[in-house]
Design a protein around this ligand. Structure first.
Ligand code: ADP
Length: 395
């Protein structure tokens, strides 16, 4: 069985053709600048192709991907008929969805009703589904939500302390994101711990970053909120901030509410504080060359992660494993070191040599005497999407 995994953004389309039974990836790629000009990066048979191709809409982008999969010297299948189903990454499932579902008109209507909560993401996700239905009308489509894993959070953790009517009438609450990654990583950690009643903290540190407290396989709290703006210091997002800063900035800089939220989403975080880049590698390099602002930026990033780990350890009443994943979590030993150092009081002891090892495997980087395990677990959201699609379509 082959599943085509699609992650549709407003001007991009990430894809992967995968066998969910074996986790074998047949092809992977990215269409960028859709609606502007169009660029494709396609990888199959250990061969990477980069090509400028006109992509006026996502429809042409998907057609080009299908063409690359089925034709030419790097084709991986003979015909589209070999693709059994399509799995879509969907950012916001609101309170409607606590697990993946087969896409039908009712699902699409619910996702459309959630657009006010995810105006940047859900319209593109819905468009991806509609185009897939149009181009491949006989194939089932499955929606896999970033929010679904966090639907197990108790009300005491997902509520904001605003009047209750705002929750009831407008859905103002914490939803959380990166759920597919937090599910995958915490589940791998559970297997590594070989323990049913596990207390796990997952740090998903990419451009977007979030922390999740997972008890016995269920999310009980996470750092992102109503939108992905809350929580950690991210590439361009501020994370936690006094809400009073909003009106103060609006006043001082003459910005509208929308412009201010955009400012906190796009111009803040690592980029805003360092003035260098949203890419942590460039900030680390500047820090090594003596840039003090870069050093402060790195400390801010690490302190915020540490603050969440400690608060979640308190809420879980202990912690069996702290897991690091995504671009920064998997690759930046400096960040892992700065986050873990000083947490010896709660049984966290990092092994410096193991921390420096870099590979694609799940690995343990704590000392032998550490009471708390520290894991690096490469995330695999596409596998979860393909696997959920497979299970739903097979049922
Ligand atoms: P996205 O959220 O866009 O999927 P990724 O998970 O790919 O992002 O993470 C991107 C981040 O990972 C960037 O800030 C990048 O600098 C960081 N990163 C990748 N490799 C390294 C590394 N070797 N050292 C430090 N940071 C790294």
């Amino acid at each position: 069985m082959l599943v085509l995994v699609l992650n549709s953004g407003s001007s991009s389309l990430k894809y992967q053709l995968m066998n969910p039974e074996t986790a074998e990836v047949k092809a992977t790629g990215l269409c960028e600048r859709i609606g502007i000009d169009g660029r494709l990066v396609h990888e199959a048979n250990e061969h990477k192709i980069k090509k400028d191709i006109n992509m006026p809409t996502h429809k042409e982008a998907i057609e080009i991907v299908l063409d690359f999969l089925t034709n030419g010297e790097d084709k991986v299948i003979d015909s589209i008929d070999e693709i059994q189903a399509i799995g879509h990454r969907v950012v916001h499932g609101g309170e409607f969805f606590n697990q993946s579902v087969i896409v039908d008109d009712e699902v699409i209507a619910k996702l459309e009703s959630l657009i006010p909560l995810a105006p940047l993401h859900n319209p593109a996700n819905i468009m991806g589904m509609k185009i897939a239905q149009e181009i491949m009308p006989t194939k089932p489509n499955v929606a896999v939500f970033d929010t679904a894993f966090h639907q197990t959070m108790p009300a005491s953790n997902y509520m904001y302390a605003v009047p209750y009517e705002d929750y009831k009438e407008h859905g103002v609450r914490k939803y959380g994101f990166h759920g597919t990654s937090h599910y995958y990583v915490s589940n791998e950690a559970k297997k590594m711990l070989n323990k049913e009643d596990s207390k796990v903290i997952v740090c998903h540190l990419g451009n977007g970053s979030s922390v999740c407290a997972v008890r016995d396989g269920k999310s009980i709290d996470t750092s992102m909120g109503l939108t992905p703006l809350e929580g950690l210091v991210m590439g361009t997002r501020s994370g936690d901030i006094d809400a009073g800063v909003l009106s103060y900035l609006m006043d001082k800089k003459g910005m509208t509410a929308e412009e201010t939220v955009n400012y906190l989403n796009k111009k803040s975080g690592l980029l805003g504080v360092s003035g260098i880049s949203s890419d942590l590698r460039e900030i680390i390099e500047a820090c090594e060359n003596g840039d003090e602002r870069a050093a402060t930026t790195i400390d801010m990033k690490c302190n915020r992660i540490k603050k969440y780990i400690c608060s979640y350890a308190g809420m879980l009443e202990g912690v069996d494993a702290i897991c690091f994943t995504a671009g920064i979590g998997e690759n930046a030993d400096l960040i892992r070191e700065k986050v873990c150092n000083g947490l010896e009081f709660m049984g966290v002891e990092l092994d410096e040599d193991k921390n420096k090892v870099r590979n694609d495997e799940n690995r343990e980087i704590n000392t032998n005497s550490s009471k708390t395990k520290i894991y690096v677990i490469p995330t695999n959201e596409e596998y979860v999407i393909a696997n959920d699609t497979y299970k739903l379509v097979k049922a």
